[in-house]
Design a protein around this ligand. Structure first.
Ligand SMILES: *[C@@H]1O[C@H](CO)[C@@H](O)[C@H](O)[C@H]1NC(C)=O
Ligand SMILES: *[C@@H]1O[C@H](CO)[C@@H](O)[C@H](O)[C@H]1NC(C)=O
Ligand SMILES: *[C@@H]1O[C@H](CO)[C@@H](O)[C@H](O)[C@H]1NC(C)=O
Ligand SMILES: *[C@@H]1O[C@H](CO)[C@@H](O)[C@H](O)[C@H]1NC(C)=O
Length: 508
């Protein structure tokens, strides 16, 4: 019989030693396993955003200031024959403009340094058709400088628009002379005023304007040389593309990817392509939705700001469709943003915050069809409810057999969830992937769509839903889908018709 207290045939110290050795070995193996076990992120799928494009996308709402001689002539397109003496904003205060932007949650403001009328808001050396010839600040003023001076201390970035079409300058129509003039002004703007984060080019031009070939290639190269972190906007990029309309609406399918070779500036036949992008596109060129808070781009006494429900509709159809919203807010002839616009913007910001500051998904238990690297691998579904909407994400396993049916599910822990907005975000840092997705509440389909990208918002057509579980199925994807954030929100401003269609006046 073995006697536990009989050590006759038992080497105690040997046992302790071998135990220590095996413990040490186990620890060594464990630490090796540990060192090798952090699961690597999945491979990206090209094309990818640049650092500056990614920064731009996260701004979500940026602001345009259309200001110039048109502000004083009650027009949208000046003739170029305006007398600079009419430019006299008596109480211009760029700080008021920037404060308005800050209150609207905007971190980048773009100014029309020169519109089609050719009048320059800065004292350009190359023309006298500018603030120099105006009574404002006795001809010593510089609106661009005042905007920069107001923006810098408020942590707001600046962008500039320099209209290619110039109805004043006699060099317009002479290719060499005008391209020289344009590039000279571009150098002034991009060398004198510090960091410029966006430069805006467009193809707008009257039908009877003289023929003129813009050397866009040279312009873009010079911009790149002078400003390292700038994004160049035009119909055709190269960094940010036009969305194809001025209503602020992206396509319900909206890829950040597109083929740049198929694009050209001022070409009406490409607006549909610009609106939706291209899942096979070889270039990362995300769309910007430019729209004015009023009917016109410039301030007119007869116009007033769009109602809140319309601004929210624009928000859902731009930011909520993978775009940045460029909202124009025109200063008035006194040189201030009108009180009615400020109040409307305040309402708008408050409404957006009301909807999105609370996320009903955050207290749900979250499960998924699979997860990369298994539990503890760092790619679990809980990542979609953390505060990082870019670099932490749920990644299904690459080996998941059912590649077309990845899903993530949210279960309420106490009582049903009441929501009417579903927010889905992709980890676009590794490429835009999702082609098709569906949303279910307690097993019933409540929304479906195609692309997601940086942010996809579904405002539920039938209004609020009460449910204990919400499941998002990814039913089509260019590569393993990566979800960085999901939100279930309640929007108190959303009152859909019983038939599920918005009133016709909202339809564009
Ligand atoms: C512009 O060029 C086109 C083609 O070269 C020509 O048909 C047209 O008459 C020109 N327009 C003007 C305003 O010079
Ligand atoms: C406009 O775009 C279409 C489609 O890419 C192209 O075929 C056409 O040549 C373009 N036109 C101009 C004037 O660039
Ligand atoms: C865009 O380019 C890709 C790669 O060359 C091509 O497969 C795709 O068909 C192009 N898209 C269009 C609309 O031509
Ligand atoms: C989630 O739970 C916390 C702690 O109970 C609570 O403070 C918070 O309001 C809850 N969030 C939501 C969106 O209900």
């Amino acid at each position: 019989m073995a006697n536990p207290f009989n050590y006759d045939h038992y080497c105690f110290s040997c046992t302790v030693l071998s135990l220590l050795i095996s413990l040490h070995a186990a620890a060594t193996i464990a630490s090796q396993v540990q060192a090798n076990s952090a699961t690597t992120p999945p491979l990206p799928i090209l094309p990818l955003p640049s650092y500056s494009q990614l920064k731009w996308q996260q701004r979500e709402i940026i602001m345009f200031f259309h200001f110039g001689v048109n502000t004083f002539t009650d027009s949208e397109w000046g003739t170029g024959q305006e007398n600079p003496a009419i430019f006299n904003p008596t109480v211009l205060d760029a700080a008021q403009w920037v404060d308005t932007a800050v209150q609207a949650g905007v971190s980048l403001v773009i100014l029309t340094a020169k519109h089609h009328d050719g009048f320059c808001l800065w004292p350009s050396k190359y023309t006298d058709h500018s603030v120099i010839s105006s009574p404002w600040r006795n001809g010593k003023g510089d609106v661009v400088q005042e905007l920069v001076n107001a923006a810098n201390p408020r942590g707001v970035d600046v962008g500039l628009y320099l209209s290619p079409w110039d109805r004043h300058d006699p060099r317009y129509g002479k290719n060499k002379e005008y391209n020289e003039y344009y590039l000279a002004q571009l150098q002034e703007l991009l060398r004198k005023y510090g960091s410029v984060k966006e430069i805006w080019f467009d193809g707008a031009k009257g039908s009877n304007a003289p023929n003129m070939t813009y050397d866009f290639g040279d312009w873009f190269s010079l911009v790149r040389e002078l400003q390292s972190s700038i994004n160049i906007f035009s119909d055709a990029g190269p960094d940010v593309r036009w969305v194809g309309n001025e209503q602020g609406f992206a396509g319900s399918t909206c890829w950040s990817t597109i083929n740049r070779t198929a694009l050209s500036i001022g070409n009406a036949s490409i607006v549909g392509y610009l609106n939706t992008g291209d899942p096979k596109g070889t270039d990362w060129l995300p769309p910007e939705c430019d729209v004015s808070i009023r009917t016109g781009w410039f301030w007119h006494k007869s116009q007033s700001p769009k109602p809140l429900h319309q601004l929210l509709q624009i928000y859902y159809n731009s930011v909520g469709r993978n775009c940045v919203l460029l909202l124009n807010v025109p200063p008035n002839p006194t040189g201030l943003i009108s009180e009615s616009d400020i109040l409307r913007l305040r309402e708008f910001r408050k409404a957006v915050d009301t909807v999105f500051s609370s996320n009903l998904a955050e207290n749900c238990s979250v499960t998924a069809s699979s997860q990369r690297g298994g539990k503890g691998g760092g790619f679990g579904p809980e990542n979609v409810v953390d505060g990082d909407h870019l670099w932490t994400y749920w990644a299904p396993s690459d080996d998941d057999d059912d590649k077309e049916h990845h899903w993530i599910e949210f279960r309420a822990s106490d009582g049903p969830l009441r929501f009417n907005v579903v927010r889905i975000q992709e980890a676009i840092g590794l490429g835009q992937r999702i082609r098709q997705h569906e949303v279910y509440a307690d097993g019933k389909r409540i929304a479906s769509g195609t692309t997601v990208g940086h942010k996809r918002l579904h405002r539920l057509e039938k209004g609020a839903v009460h449910a204990l579980s919400v499941k998002i199925k990814i039913t089509g994807s260019r590569a393993t889908p990566l979800l960085s954030s999901v939100g279930l929100h309640f929007d108190p401003f959303w009152h859909p018709n019983p038939n599920g269609k918005p009133p016709s006046k909202f339809v564009h």
